[in-house]
Design a binder for this molecule. Structure first.
Ligand SMILES: [Zn+2]
Length: 155
């Protein structure tokens, strides 16, 4: 397997656990959803598709924090039950090799570029974006709905 010069950064366990607590407490912006398709409910913590029948929590996550022109908060899923945070950070997650678009941001959180996978290798797209010295990190988002999936940082 090719060694990557970047690493995958899944959602922090603290964020997933806080969402689980908030959902249990009945927070209005946290919802319990039962997955009803094999590729509709990506867990941002274990970076796998939920299996049909698995319960998920849907909640808003600020991938780009407030206070910036590109600030953005949007809906993401995590498993309702504790799951193992994606650990193979040196490998691109198998479940998301297609259907992603990659956005490059500079250190001020300004979006400076974006490219879809378009049937190619996601690793190659990410490497191209990171060749720009201004790129501080790259976010993977769903190509159709635009939802944040995970972050990619330089090693
Ligand atoms: Zn999970």
């Amino acid at each position: 397997m090719k060694t990557l010069n970047f690493q995958i950064v899944p959602l922090a366990t603290e964020v997933a656990d806080a969402a689980r607590r908030a959902a249990k407490a009945g927070a209005a912006d946290h919802a319990f959803i039962t997955a009803d398709s094999p590729t509709g409910y990506p867990c941002r913590h274990c970076l796998r598709w939920a299996k049909p029948g698995e319960r998920m929590i849907l909640f808003p996550y600020a991938a780009i924090p407030s206070g910036h022109p590109y600030s953005e908060s949007g809906p993401i899923f995590v498993h309702e039950q504790p799951c193992e945070r994606y650990a193979a950070t040196g490998e691109y997650p198998l479940d998301f090799r297609s259907g992603r678009v990659f956005r490059a941001y500079n250190s001020q959180y300004d979006m400076i570029d974006a490219k879809p996978v378009n049937g190619g290798e996601p690793e190659a797209v990410i490497e191209t974006l990171l060749q720009n010295p201004q790129a501080a990190f790259v976010d993977a988002r769903s190509a159709d709905r635009g939802c944040y999936t995970f972050r990619i940082e330089r090693l």
